[in-house]
Ligand binder design. Sequence first.
Ligand code: ZN
Length: 428
Amino acid sequence: MKPFVGILCVLLFAVNVTAQRRPTLREINAVAQPKPQRITAIVGATLIDGRGGAPVRDAVVLVQGAKILAVGKRGALAVPRNADVIAAEGLTLLPGLIDAHFHLDGDDGLPALFLQHGITAVRDPGAWIEAYDKVRQSAQPLPRLFLAGPHLDNAPPAYSADAFIVRDAEETRLAINRFIEQGASAIKVYFRLPLGLMRVAAETAHARGVPVTAHLELVNADDAIRAGVDGIEHITSFGTSLLLPREAEQYRLSILADNNARREGRYKMWSTIDLDAPRVKPLLQLLAQRGTFVSPTLAVFEKQPGDKDATDMHVRAFAQMLKFTGMIKRAGGRIVVGSHSSVPHAERGEAYLRELELLVASGLTPMEALQAATLENARFFRIDDRLGSIEPGKLADLILVAGDPLADITVLRRLQRVMLNGNWLASA
Ligand SMILES: [Zn+2]
């Protein structure tokens, strides 16, 4: 009896610890509920389910209410007689796209526009939760909105409107607990926050089951990762870890003197980084070992030959950012997709699609880029128990695109339909 009780206690403890570590984090908005008994059958599409396996041709996906009921092949999975049948031959069916780096910046119509482009969930890594009050009152359907509260920073902040200044461990703990109580599903640490407070942030957020993600300029990425951050926003955040220490310190001093020095300074830095240097490999190994999520946001840094104000130095720096993103993936790191909302080489609403194209340009296969957009981002958000892939029991956030995104990632711009929580959007 005694060993049995002992084993039971260990099991219960393990279940409890797992549950504490992985609660499902929630969007801040209520997404419309469909009729619970209605069944939709999407028949004949090529299915890319988000998990990275081979696509399923001539698939059948059944949706009942808000959830995916069954997934199979035509002929093997029967279509119920009362189902609304969607003939999807020639189309590709994918999970709804997830955006790890969305900024509202006062453009209250942008979330609804992103949804029209197939992005069914966004996370804003640094905005007051009340900054979304007006958006949430909108009559239009919205993507699932995951918020972080303002980013934690030190004075003088680069973006005072989106910053919350914390000066010691106690202020850091207080701020994080308050934002989580208001609905934050992630915590963002900004570049003036000292390393010691990043560690406090990680400990405090993790105790509540919430991930921490970082934009870095001053703290080295490897130090931040060892301090516990779960995600790195922007490929540029790796700059100081990749430079020779003396050069890195010059960059840090320039930013400490003036936040805006990073704008031009990051290109100068990346144009000189030696990606074959011996210090690169241990950083790649650390990323793979820790499973840190990396949201490169390449599209916001994009510089192409012929761009206005782009010199050879800028073009070379951006090419190095692309190259390092590919190196992270090849080394076993976890890339996710973050759009940054508004970027130089995309129309309003299309930044996410540009980011996917740049991830493929950086060396990810289209399948890897699509996984980064769906299940991998769901893991980063800690919502993969209910979103991110097309599997029975998960919520039906789906998109249908014309053509084969594995042959050409740009076909994601040819979106046919979007389903959010089991409801088709009126138009896409
Ligand atoms: Zn940002």
